[in-house]
Design a protein around this ligand. Structure first.
Ligand SMILES: Nc1ncnc2c1ncn2[C@@H]1O[C@H](COP(=O)(O)OP(=O)(O)O)[C@@H](O)[C@H]1O
Ligand SMILES: [Mg+2]
Length: 317
């Protein structure tokens, strides 16, 4: 169970609350929830990509099993050798907005070669060949030409392919894909998701796919964790979450997905996410929930296991 806060001049935020998450070799997990729920923080935390000491873990730890040995990723310097061996190599990330993580002043190739050489003993020529091979695997057409392009010369879909090629170029065991398709149109979105799934299978890599859109993860992952205000409110297999959701927030997320089979109006989730600095007592979803009771207003429900390991944080489930 891990909790974490940001300490800023505006105050303290309870950004992660009693998070209990295990990611196994080769598994695919979806993290779903509205914006501001702590999805990106969860993805950036294991490889320490958050501003410390503003960001602090107040309870629990992040354990990475490296060569079968447990390694506490916070028990070392944020920019020390140990974490740098893991960051980008064993645990990697791709971000929603490629332009914020790709350099505009270096070519695609020089960024890839630098990353590959940092984590291997390849020489320049070998690293270049590997980079072009990874671009090809990410279905970048004319890969050897794109290698010499600057990122601003590429289309949005192509930039995202380059990000994926970079993200997986060192053969990570775990990849966090943080809203990798949000900025793309629907056709390209489907291609990029398909590509991620293929690479995950080919490399037997664990994939954590983060999205605010439940429809995106439906055909992509084995398990789903639903986040709300820094809590996991429900977790289970994709079938459990989509077919037999138990938490009112998950049900509301599902009702807000557009489908081809209904002419009913979409039901947006009522209310909005409260300000991160506000103090909330009781169930985090209480103020937006139709089934709220006096108990919900006072106590945070525990994260209980129901049949077949389906976990829910709700008194009424
Ligand atoms: N750099 C930061 N400084 C202060 N607070 C932050 C920072 N990054 C994230 N937070 C806090 O963490 C919460 C969750 O953010 P985030 O994980 O980015 O949400 P999302 O689910 O949209 O990815 C935000 O509401 C905010 O309060
Ligand atoms: Mg985010």
């Amino acid at each position: 169970m891990l909790s974490a806060q940001f300490h800023t001049i505006e105050g303290v935020t309870n950004t992660l609350n009693d998070i209990d998450l295990t990611i196994y070799e080769g598994m695919s997990l979806g993290i779903v929830g509205e914006s501001g729920c702590g999805k990106s923080v969860t993805a950036r935390m294991p490889i320490r990509l958050l501003p410390e000491p503003m960001f602090r873990i107040t309870k629990g730890e992040v354990i990475y099993h490296r060569n079968e040995k447990p390694f506490n990723t916070f028990n070392t310097k944020q920019n020390g050798k140990e974490i740098n061996k893991i960051r980008g190599k064993e645990i990697s990330m791709i971000f929603q907005e490629p332009m914020s993580s790709l350099s505009p002043i270096h070519t695609v190739g020089s960024q890839m070669v630098e990353l590959i050489r940092q984590h291997s003993d390849m020489d320049k020529a070998q690293a270049k060949a590997h980079a072009i091979h990874m671009l090809e695997r990410a279905r970048v057409p004319r890969a050897s030409e794109v290698f010499d392009d600057y990122t601003f010369q590429l289309s949005g879909g192509m930039r995202q392919r380059v990000m994926i090629a970079m993200g997986v170029s060192c053969g990570p065991r775990l990849l966090f894909a943080d809203e990798p398709t949000t900025a793309l149109d629907v056709t390209i979105q489907a291609q990029i998701l398909g590509l991620l799934k293929d690479i995950q299978r080919e490399q037997n890599m664990a994939l954590v796919l983060i999205t605010h859109d439940l429809a995106v993860v439906a055909n992509m992952v084995e398990e789903i964790a639903v986040f709300y205000l820094g809590y996991i409110v429900e977790m289970g297999t994709t079938d459990q979450i989509l077919k037999t959701p138990k938490h009112p927030y998950t049900k509301a997320l599902i009702d807000s997905i557009p489908t081809l089979h209904t002419t009913d109006a979409l039901k947006p989730i009522k209310g909005s996410i409260p300000d991160p600095y506000s103090k909330i007592t009781g169930c985090p979803f209480g103020m937006r929930c139709d089934k709220v009771t006096d108990r919900c207003r006072k106590e945070v429900p525990s994260f209980d296991t129901h049949e077949n390991d389906h976990k829910v944080r709700c008194f009424e489930a």
